[in-house]
Design a protein around this ligand. Structure first.
Ligand code: ASP
Length: 352
């Protein structure tokens, strides 16, 4: 008979999550952040550098909070707020635009301790949607609020509200224009395809296109953070404006618990990529499920899910385990990401 993992043993013995955590906790704290999966292969070096600096800043923010003994759930919220406030990635200010040129943001947060969660969609005036998701978790009887109901709740809670124009950046207006010209929803994580040959000054060129657009065009990317604190509590948070030129009212994976975000006593997971594929594969929950039911380790679980649960879609994820481990996985050319662990390890990266 195959050796049982401690999680399986405690499951069989009917122990509560908190007891199980005590038993299998081994490492210290760990944190991972992402700024989205799928990267323009021609992304200018200055932009790559700016992405790495932002990820490093966010990791350092999280590290200071963990050193100050903040619980995992507070740390993921803090880090994602920082990413939402900076216009670089696709969340909060800098969010991808709908076909109408407006911003409709969504976010979710989950505390592995007690499996509590909160999510919002269709938010148009809330400066930090991740904090509204946290309030849904902490201050409402529900798990998920959307559109006008979410906005009303935000007003009642007194969160910072701004005009929708605050979220709209010049870069994104330009990208929406290109997406509309190509009559496409911009998925920047698609594998580049060779375009039609054109003749220019007697020479024949085959421009590289990505989803019908020149590859020098890059779409903004979703953000996420996962943390295990020194007590072995896992948490996850994800925030996004969704896809460039999406239909108004479209809901992606990022606010969906089990698809874009999941945390339990074993792990915390945040996904990014083609939302419809992540939803079909319930990627985030499946990482926890194969750890729990198949006894896989964290990296094995991430690799298994990326390989087996993504059909035609492109996506990636970051994950931490209650043992203080960190893992990444993606099936596209790159993912903006970084991680740090209590033993002093820290890295940020973009490419495979
Ligand atoms: N997953 C996001 C969505 O489909 C997009 C992304 O991760 O870049 O809304």
């Amino acid at each position: 008979m195959a050796k049982q993992s401690s999680a399986q043993k405690s499951l069989a013995s009917g122990r509560r999550d908190s007891e199980r955590r005590e038993e299998i906790k081994m490492g210290g704290w760990a944190i991972a952040v992402h700024g989205g999966a799928g990267v323009d292969p021609n992304l200018p070096l200055e932009r790559q550098e700016a992405a790495k600096q932002l990820l490093t800043r966010c990791l350092n923010l999280g590290i200071s909070a963990l050193r100050a003994s903040l619980p995992a759930i507070d740390v993921v919220e803090l880090v994602v707020r920082e990413l939402e406030t900076d216009p670089f990635f696709n969340s909060g200010r800098g969010s991808a635009l709908t076909e109408k040129g407006t911003v409709e943001m969504e976010a979710s947060i989950m505390d592995g301790e007690g499996r509590r969660c909160g999510a919002v969609s269709g938010v148009t005036t809330v400066k930090n949607p991740i904090s509204l998701a946290r309030l849904v978790m902490d201050k409402s009887p529900h798990s998920y609020l959307a559109f006008s109901g979410a906005e009303e709740f935000a007003k009642k809670q007194g969160v910072e509200l701004v005009d929708n124009s605050y979220f709209i950046t010049e870069d994104n207006v330009g990208m929406l224009k290109l997406a509309k010209e190509a009559n496409t929803i911009l998925f920047d994580y698609r594998i580049p395809t060779v375009g039609l040959e054109t003749t220019c000054g007697g020479a024949t060129e085959s421009p590289i296109l990505m989803n019908g657009l020149p590859i020098s065009v890059y779409a903004p990317e979703t953000v996420g953070c996962v943390v295990v604190d020194a007590q072995g509590r896992c948490a996850a948070a994800t925030s996004t404006g969704g896809l460039m030129n999406k239909m108004s009212g479209r809901i992606g994976d990022s606010p969906l618990i089990g698809a874009g975000t999941y945390a339990c006593d074993l792990c915390g997971v945040s996904c990014t990529g083609e939302g419809e594929a992540i939803i079909r594969g319930t990627l985030a929950r499946d990482v926890a499920a194969v750890m729990e039911y198949k006894g896989l380790g964290l990296q094995e679980a991430v690799d298994f899910v990326v390989k087996k649960r993504l059909d035609k879609g492109f996506a990636g994820m970051i994950a931490v385990s209650n043992k203080g481990e960190v893992a990444y996985g993606f099936n596209c050319n790159g993912m903006f990401r970084g991680c740090a662990t209590e033993d002093g390890f820290m890295e940020v990266g973009i490419w495979d």
